[in-house]
Ligand binder design. Structure first.
Ligand code: PEP
Length: 249
């Protein structure tokens, strides 16, 4: 079933102690009222943060996983290892991974499959850069990312995926996509999913918006029929802002 989800991506922020404090505060404030809240922490925080979670609607996630199963891959963390910490989600294909670490569609597709094989729910990110939007190819860019990253999954596996549309020009810039820009892309993504997997799967897919989402604009964004929540970066780093977004539905 389509779910309302607000996921916080802490990126490379917070010491372990700071992370535990933030997680405890969020855990205290989360109400089990139908919105799923996910804390996507750095790898080293996962196990300790998992111990702070007592609410049914609060979940743990990682921000990346390895593209290989196990073995001699120095510095990597596998999907199986992530799962063993108690995490349920993993962000895959964030634009920072695509751009700084050159993660391409084929690699991301491998990661998605490893996540699913280890019972992690992928939060699969897609989105265009500013130049692509300005040249009018943003729908094609996102379409291609989704097709190459996800469309060889079975309908059953695709049904487990959460998609996050994150226009790269809006990430960490303070410039948010307008409510109309978000809705039209989310609608296009849902239509693409319907073409491939049928309307039932499409209707049940949660599609999150990410990019300078804050308490002041979350309600307008989330009010759109095809926007099912948010992937939150900067505003996830303090509990007041993050909870202001969680309660914006
Ligand atoms: C993100 O990095 O996923 C993100 C949405 O960041 P911000 O909210 O800071 O734009």
């Amino acid at each position: 079933m389509r779910k309302k989800i607000v996921a916080g991506n802490w990126k490379m922020n917070k010491t372990l102690q700071e992370g535990i404090e933030l997680a405890k505060t969020v855990n205290r404030q989360v109400e089990d009222n139908g919105v799923i809240v996910v804390l996507c922490t750095p790898f080293i925080h996962l196990t300790e943060v998992s111990k702070t979670i007592t609410k049914d609607s609060l979940f743990l996630g990682a921000q990346n996983c390895a593209s290989e199963v196990s073995g001699a891959y120095t510095g990597e963390v596998s999907a199986q290892m992530i799962r063993s910490t108690g995490a349920d989600y993993v962000i895959i294909g964030h634009s920072e991974r695509r751009s700084y670490y050159h993660e391409d569609d084929a690699l991301l597709n491998k990661k998605v499959k490893l996540a699913l094989a280890n019972e992690l729910i992928p939060i699969f990110c897609c989105g265009e850069v500013l130049q692509e939007r300005q040249s009018g190819i943003h729908f094609d860019v996102v379409r291609s990312q989704i097709e190459k990253g996800l469309f060889d999954l079975s309908p059953e596996d695709f049904g487990k995926i959460v998609i996050a549309y994150e226009p790269v020009w809006a990430i960490g810039t303070g410039v948010t996509a307008s409510s109309d820009q978000a809705q039209e892309m989310h609608k296009a993504i849902r239509e693409q999913v319907a073409e491939k997997y049928g309307t039932t799967v499409a209707d049940n897919t949660s599609i999150l918006y990410g990019g300078s989402c804050k308490p002041s604009n979350a309600a307008e964004l989330f009010a759109n029929p095809d926007v099912d929540g948010g992937l939150i970066g900067g505003a996830a780093l303090n509990a007041a802002d993050f909870m202001g977004i969680v309660t914006a539905f």
